[in-house]
Structures are given as structure tokens and as C-alpha cells.
Design a protein around this ligand. Structure first.
Ligand code: FEO
Length: 412
């Protein structure tokens, strides 16, 4: 496909987005080996034009050039913004200048963001949500409230006449391929999963809520904000999102709670504690506990294990009044997780002061883990028999809490 020409994706709906084949890191955290695209769309009707999302600021020339090939700015009646992250909102200020008569359509949660991103208090906008619809000429657009996918203000919409879902970032991939449609581009499956894992998985409860809305629709095409437009088997991708958002390890029944015990050890002391804690946790029938040595685990495996865990225990020695780097690496993976509902605690052997354990707890609290009010298990140097028994009891009590024992937890 020619990068400079708009492409009609269904009758009177055009791709007017921009391709970014050279980007290699997105949003600091994502690798983009295949580049990306900032998808935007234009809907033409006999009563005027709707612009659906915009592009990153650096790419606005392409975007405006494509609009100008399809209509004049005074034909634009609405600018529908599903998501105000700058990769999609970058051209809004200039678009509003060129089409000042256009009304911006956003979710209610986007109101303060629209002002902040445009630095313009005088934008004509209207808020929309599920059950509201817009009819313009031959097209009817139903709005769908799909927040936290992956910002609070995100939404989707559906063009009734074309069975077309504008999904926002949902079902996106950082995968540049100018052939654009899923049935024409190369194999983007790795990029689709990678995008889900990094962008949507921390919000999988909200993904499931969005799917409940999508399930009421007959969807023939998904026009996402990044990567291929999906038209061949849209339900294949919808079902992948459902599966990934519901996933549990195959060998563990849904009646079992999973406790993962990560530890780091220099002289085997913290490891001995971890093993006693493991025994205590395992003494509760419905608990499936596992031990992981942080010195030898790959990051992606850590993330997957953390995601599946109901309870997370982290054990570390204190070295130079701090936790060693692998512990911080583990804690930094938490940004990829849905933390709500996960219970956390910490333990470790120490020589002088043992600050590392409390540092872990502080981090867990700031991430909104449920941290039960039991004393973290800290033992000076080599644990003796009595101390190992305390570790066993600590593991058992933690497991009872993960299992549903009622306790008051201060989440602040
Ligand atoms: Fe593609 Fe969340 O911006």
C-alpha cells in the first residue's frame, strides 16, 4: 500500500493513519522489532464526515494529507476520540484549528484529559457512553464504555451498518505492515500476544468487561489503533483475549489457590527459610505452593508466574542495607500485572539490620497488594529449629489468609 494514500476499508470508511516502520521502542517499555502504525479512520456520509482518532504529532502531515484527499475540513462534523494517549491524540489540536466547527466525542473520563492534552479550554465536546448512539447520514455509531483498556478514559464504538468495531488499543499489535489487513500481512501473532501481555494483561478484568459488550455485537471487522485491521477471523482474536484473561495453569484446578515463593540466597539461610515456609503453606489442603530461585529465572517466566499467583512471598537477604538487584527486578515486573486481589508478604535472613524485607513490603503496599498484618519473617543469620518452625507457621498463616481467612487489611 502507498503510505500517502487513504485506503477504503469498508464502504465510505477509510484508513487515514500513519505508518512508523522505524520505531524500535514504544512507551519506554515495549520492543517493537516490526515498527508500528497509528491507525486513524475517516467516515464519509451524505451529511458530513467523522474523523475517528488521530495520530502521533510527528506523523500529522501524513494524516492531514490523507484527510485532504477525501474531504474539505468544513465537512468534518465530529472527531471521535477513543483514547487520548499522545500516539492517538497528537494531531487533535491542529485538527481542531483546521475544523473548528467539529464536535469532539469522548468518554466522560476523558474530559480533564482533553483539556490537558490540547491546552485548550474552549473545545466543543460531548461525552458519550454505552447505549448512546450517533446517526449521521448512512452510518450509525453505537458507543461502548470500555475503561482502563488501558487508560481510564478508553472507549470503543461500533458502526452498525458495517458490523465494524473501533476497538481503541484493544486487539492492537505493534506491527507495521502496509498491507494492513490481517489476511494480507505477515505473521503478527507474536506481536499480538506481546501487546496483550504488556498493555492489556494488567487490566484483564476490564478486558472481560469489554468482551461482555462486544459479545452482544455481530463483528465482521475490528479496526484497532495499532497494527493490522482484523477482518478474516475477528472471533479468533476475541477468543484469544478471553482465554488469556481467564487463564489458569492447566494442572491446577480453579478450587486451588496458588502461592509462589520467590527467594534469593547467599549462604542458604533464606533458602532454608523459604523451604520451611513452603512446607507451612503446603499444609493447607487447597493451596498449591511453589518455590522459585530468583538467581536463575527468566523475566518472562517470572511475569507469567506472578500473574497466575494468588499469593506472592518474596525472600531476600539484606546486603549493604538493601535488597539485591534480582529482587528489584522481580518487583519491577509487577507493572505488567493485575495486582488487585493478590496477597503479598516478605521474609529473609540478615546479618545486621534486615532492611530489605521491609522495602519489599513497602513496594507491595504501594502497588496495592493485600499485605496482611502479620509480622514479616526476619531471622538473623542461620535459622535454628525454633526459627524454622516459626517460618513454617508463617507460611501456614499466610496460606490461610490467601485461602480466605478473614482478617482486616489496611490497603492504604
Ligand atoms: Fe496506543 Fe494507549 O496508546
Amino acid at each position: 500500500m502507498n503510505h500517502t494514500k487513504p485506503l477504503e476499508i469498508v464502504e465510505n470508511i477509510y484508513f487515514i493513519g500513519a505508518f512508523d516502520p522505524d520505531i524500535r521502542t514504544f512507551d519506554i517499555i515495549m520492543k517493537t522489532a516490526n515498527g508500528s502504525s497509528y491507525n486513524a479512520y475517516l467516515i464519509k456520509t451524505s451529511e458530513g464526515v467523522i474523523i475517528v482518532d488521530t495520530v502521533k504529532l510527528e506523523f500529522q502531515r501524513d494524516f492531514f494529507s490523507k484527510i485532504e484527499q477525501l474531504c474539505s475540513y468544513d465537512e468534518i462534523k465530529y472527531v471521535l476520540c477513543h483514547h487520548l494517549e499522545p500516539d492517538h491524540a497528537g494531531a487533535i489540536p491542529e485538527l481542531i484549528k483546521r475544523a473548528p466547527q467539529a464536535k469532539v466525542l469522548i468518554s466522560p473520563q476523558a474530559t480533564p484529559m482533553l483539556k490537558a492534552i490540547t491546552n485548550n479550554e474552549n473545545i466543543d465536546f460531548e461525552t458519550v457512553w454505552t447505549n448512546k448512539e450517533l446517526k449521521l447520514g448512512e452510518k450509525t455509531i453505537k458507543f461502548l464504555t470500555t475503561p482502563y483498556l488501558h487508560w481510564p478514559e478508553t472507549m470503543s464504538s461500533y458502526v452498525v451498518e458495517d458490523s465494524l468495531l473501533f476497538s481503541g488499543d484493544v486487539f492492537g499489535s505493534h506491527y507495521y505492515d502496509s498491507r494492513l489487513f490481517d489476511d494480507l500481512v505477515g505473521d503478527f501473532s507474536y506481536a499480538f500476544k506481546y501487546y496483550y501481555d504488556h498493555i492489556m494483561r494488567p487490566f484483564k478484568t476490564y478486558v472481560l468487561n469489554a468482551l461482555k459488550l462486544y459479545d452482544k455485537l455481530d463483528i465482521k471487522m475490528i479496526a484497532t489503533l495499532h497494527g493490522p485491521i482484523i477482518r478474516e477471523k475477528p472471533y479468533k482474536y476475541i477468543e484469544l483475549y478471553r482465554k488469556w484473561s481467564l487463564d489458569r495453569p492447566d494442572n491446577i484446578s480453579s478450587n486451588n489457590k496458588i502461592i509462589s515463593i520467590f527467594y534469593l540466597t547467599s549462604y542458604k539461610n533464606t533458602r532454608d527459610m523459604a523451604e520451611a515456609i513452603f512446607e507451612g503453606a503446603e499444609s493447607i489442603k487447597t493451596i498449591r505452593a511453589s518455590l522459585y530461585d530468583l538467581a536463575s529465572i527468566e523475566e518472562q517466566n517470572m511475569i507469567n508466574i506472578l500473574e497466575e499467583s494468588d499469593g506472592i512471598l518474596i525472600g531476600t537477604p539484606t546486603i549493604n542495607a538493601d535488597a539485591p538487584k534480582p529482587v528489584w527486578d522481580l518487583l519491577s515486573c509487577m507493572m505488567y500485572l493485575e495486582k488487585r486481589g493478590k496477597t503479598g508478604q516478605a521474609f529473609g535472613s540478615y546479618g545486621w539490620s534486615g532492611e530489605a524485607v521491609n522495602m519489599i513490603l513497602d513496594r507491595m503496599k504501594s502497588l496495592h497488594f493485600r499485605v496482611p498484618p502479620i509480622e514479616p519473617m526476619k531471622i538473623r543469620l542461620i535459622p535454628n529449629e525454633d526459627e524454622l518452625e516459626k517460618c513454617y507457621n508463617f507460611g501456614k498463616e499466610f496460606a490461610q489468609i490467601v485461602n480466605g481467612k478473614m482478617i482486616e487489611i489496611d490497603m492504604n
